[in-house]
Design a protein around this ligand. Structure first.
Ligand SMILES: [Zn+2]
Ligand SMILES: [Zn+2]
Length: 329
């Protein structure tokens, strides 16, 4: 599908700043009309040009007419997302963020923050599974409290043995696990946290203007990571509730059991800035909701040398000045 403007026929996209659909051609708001006839995964619905998509691509941009195309069959049926966090940061705002953050990096290549390079950035909705769990944690064991005191020459130690019992029930809501092979898990973890209170019911309109992927694996395949995290978190809550004792141990019952109560398929926004330098890829990921930036700036060796040379040159000038001053006296 493609969203077209009722007034001018231009491609209407979602505008994060206005939180509305916007036609960048005639500046109308909410003028979109959905077009789906003649849709295919290999040609652009707008101009008929060939489009390259991989097996997961659910939204892309036509390289010929620049229209943003959403692939109906990848956002419907079993692939319909339940939830979405729409982009909050537009490309223009991300450019400002990057310029602000890296303006002091004097060793970065000169075109690293150039308009042309930054314009190549693309917004991408990353597929996530979100799991809800009802967790029960039970601890049944022992712990000691020790009191020491001295009276005359005698030191006393009193050990009190306590039976410790905890029975805890806790609900974990929307534990996120990304379901994109292309997106490294470690990067996604670093980009946390998202504000999940801002999750909205999915609307195709939010995808217009961005790239997107459908989930790469089903909910079952992604679950071990969520279970692992839920268990660890529950264990830590249980542990925190047992404080003030020494030698805490349990022979019988120390366990966390969990039950999945709901699963949601969600899309989360990420800006990707791919900067190529001397044949190497420097990839920046920016949380599309919070603006958090993940990535390492390349260092331009020539610039380092240039910088050193400037220092050297100014030192040399100072020394010349000193010499001249000395000669004067
Ligand atoms: Zn228009
Ligand atoms: Zn096209």
């Amino acid at each position: 599908m493609v969203f077209k403007c009722k007034n001018c026929g231009g491609n209407v996209v979602y505008n994060p700043e206005r939180h509305k659909m916007h036609c960048p051609y005639c500046d109308s708001l909410e003028s979109e009309q959905k077009e789906t006839t003649g849709e295919s995964l290999t040609t652009c619905i707008n101009c008929g040009g060939p489009i390259e998509v991989n097996e997961f691509t659910s939204a892309s941009q036509c390289p010929y007419c620049d229209n943003y195309i959403i692939f109906d069959e990848r956002v419907t049926g079993e692939y319909t997302p339940h939830l979405i966090i729409p982009f909050v940061f537009s490309k223009e705002r991300v450019k400002l963020l990057l310029r602000d953050k890296f303006k002091s990096c004097v060793f970065a290549p000169s075109d690293f923050l150039s308009e042309a390079k930054l314009n190549s950035m693309s917004g991408m909705y990353v597929p996530f599974w979100m799991y809800d769990y009802h967790v029960r944690g039970v601890f049944d064991g022992q712990g000691n409290k020790i009191r020491r005191w001295r009276s005359g020459n005698t030191e006393y130690t009193e050990t009190s043995v306590y039976h410790i019992y905890r029975d805890m029930e806790v609900d974990f809501d929307k534990m996120p696990v990304d379901s994109s092979d292309a997106m490294p898990d470690a990067t996604m973890d670093l980009m946390e946290p998202y504000d999940y209170k801002a999750l909205e019911a999915f609307k195709e309109e939010y995808m217009s203007g961005f790239f997107a992927e459908r989930y790469n694996q089903d909910a079952l395949a992604g679950e071990p990571r969520a279970v692992d995290k839920a268990k660890k978190d529950a264990e830590s809550i249980l542990k925190q509730s047992i404080s003030g004792y020494v030698g805490v141990h349990s022979a019988l019952n120390n366990q966390v059991t969990l039950q999945r109560t709901d699963t949601n398929y969600a899309l989360l926004p990420v800006w990707i800035y791919n900067y190529k330098y001397k044949g190497e890829d420097y990839r920046f990921h920016i949380n599309g909701q919070t603006g958090k930036i993940i990535g390492k700036v390349p260092v331009a060796a020539k610039k380092v040398w240039g910088y050193g040379a400037t220092v050297f040159a100014s030192l040399f000038t100072i020394m010349m000045l000193v010499r001249q001053l000395l000669l004067m006296f």
